[in-house]
Design a protein around this ligand. Structure first.
Ligand code: IPD
Length: 249
């Protein structure tokens, strides 16, 4: 469905901001994935980006958290970094994650305690001694408020100059996979949702990486922010450099 319709969407709507897009394909993919999973797991709960009605209630029950197209802006523009992202939580903890990009032909998966894989091959973060030798991913995000703009550019100025380079791919889930695969060393972003983060967070951890809250505490799937790196030392260096934190409580 994604490959047939990328760049050909005629009915593009906006959601929480003018750059927060949704297409008919986002809705159709979410319905397909929900319908198929519900056949197998009728008692499980489901959270999906396109079924979001304003408040997400994550419980201890087994819950599938789905972003049918992560990187919808890329999808609309035919930039090939977009994917399906599916996470499963039990007791509010992510125990399984799957990210599939049909355009890149990459399937990333991870189960708790069993490692992370790309197209069936084990993947690992790469060693990184310090942030000054790191390649970092950071995103503008889809929140375009004045407050978020100030925080974003303040952090970019403070942090971007301290490492070897900053990249933005436009898909939180694939950003996580780039870190898990050892292509970059760190990633942080504010304003995301649990469906952007669920699968990616376990794939990073199972690939040996560290996932924290940007203020240095434990990662919280529902907090709408993430700081991840190939190891805790680099994650804590970045946390110490961040000058402004966006909060979504
Ligand atoms: C978006 C992507 C993007 C991030 C935005 C998200 P969506 O997800 O993950 O990288 O910067 O904040 O909203 O809306 O395309 O599923």
């Amino acid at each position: 469905m994604m490959m047939e319709t990328s760049g050909r969407n005629t009915n593009i709507e906006t959601k929480l901001s003018p750059v927060d897009l949704v297409t008919e394909t986002d809705k159709a993919v979410e319905k397909l994935v929900f319908d198929e999973l519900k056949k197998k797991f009728p008692d499980h709960r489901f959270i999906g980006e396109e079924s979001f009605t304003g408040k997400v209630n994550l419980t201890d029950c087994p819950t599938w958290i789905i972003d049918p197209i992560d990187g919808t802006m890329n999808f609309v523009h035919t930039f090939p970094f977009c994917c399906i992202s599916i996470g499963l939580t039990v007791g509010k903890e992510v125990i399984f994650g799957l990210i599939y990009s049909p355009f890149l032909n990459k399937l990333y998966t991870a189960k708790k305690g069993q490692g992370a894989y790309c197209n069936g091959e084990p993947i690992h973060v790469r060693p990184c001694d310090s942030f000054k030798s790191a390649l970092l991913i950071n995103e503008l995000g889809s929140n375009r408020t004045d407050e978020h703009q100030k925080i974003y550019f303040g952090n970019l100025a403070a942090i971007g100059w301290q490492c070897q380079g900053v990249r933005s791919l436009g898909s939180a889930a694939l950003n996580a996979c780039m870190l898990a695969n050892g292509y970059v060393d760190a990633y942080f972003e504010y304003g995301l949702h649990c469906w952007d983060l669920a699968a990616g967070s376990i794939i990073i951890q199972e690939a040996g990486g560290t996932v924290l809250d940007p203020e240095g505490g434990p990662f919280n799937l529902m907090s709408r922010r993430i700081l991840a790196a190939s190891n805790e030392k680099v994650a804590r260096e970045i946390s110490g450099l961040i000058v402004g934190h966006s909060s979504y409580e």
